[in-house]
Design a protein around this ligand. Structure first.
Ligand SMILES: Cc1cc2nc3c(=O)[nH]c(=O)nc-3n(C[C@H](O)[C@H](O)[C@H](O)COP(=O)(O)O)c2cc1C
Length: 180
């Protein structure tokens, strides 16, 4: 198993729906940053960070996990759900990854049910999000990455891989925005 996804989804489990859908179709190791604050990720080729958004950023637990546990030179991607998907909320995570020399493969985002603050009084916003289509969109996003960077067999790997993997650059930022 060569893909890991580190996630936190504490508000309504919105982001977890994306992560679960991916892990349901692909052999992915999933780490809940709320309960596992640190892990050895050196053996993973591809590392995803997934989170809801609070005050314009990925949740603190995911940021902290990345700060502590992201090895040098990995391929990374980002998933998030948020109230307002017209903005880019992955910048601080991308910065952490960039400082580790990571190759950024892209970002998938969609709206998620939100009851924070005054929205609670009216039953929340984005009530049906993420939709089945949006969840499938996350799986499709991952499928593209998986196809471009298939897991290597054990015989192709060397101990130095963890620090030196720098495949051809794929800089396409896949920011998916859905409007309903
Ligand atoms: C404390 C708090 C702060 C939030 N801040 C933002 C924000 O700055 N921008 C935004 O678009 N959504 C914001 N949201 C909405 C959540 O990001 C959204 O509901 C997300 O889908 C929750 O994901 P989760 O259920 O996986 O935790 C906030 C929600 C909470 C509870």
């Amino acid at each position: 198993m060569r893909t890991a996804i580190v996630y936190a989804s504490t508000h309504h489990g919105n982001t977890k729906k994306l992560v679960d859908a991916i892990a349901g179709e692909y052999p992915v190791a999933v780490f809940d940053a709320e309960s596992v604050p640190v892990a050895d990720l050196t053996g993973y080729d591809l590392i995803g960070f997934a989170s809801g958004i609070a005050w314009g950023k990925f949740y603190e637990s995911v940021e902290r996990f990345a700060q502590i546990s992201l090895p040098e030179g990995k391929r990374v991607f980002f998933l998030y759900t948020c109230a307002d998907d017209s903005r880019d909320f992955a910048a601080s995570l991308r910065d952490i990854a960039a400082r580790r020399g990571a190759e950024d493969l892209g970002t998938y985002t969609c709206r998620g049910f939100n009851t924070y603050g005054p929205w609670k009084l009216v039953g929340g916003m984005n009530k049906k999000h993420p939709t089945a289509d949006e969840i499938q969109g996350a799986v499709n996003f991952f499928a593209v990455l998986e196809k471009r960077f298939p897991p290597r067999s054990e015989t192709e790997r060397t101990p130095a891989d963890a620090g030196t993997e720098r495949g051809s650059a794929l800089h396409a930022q896949i920011i998916k925005k859905r409007r309903h």
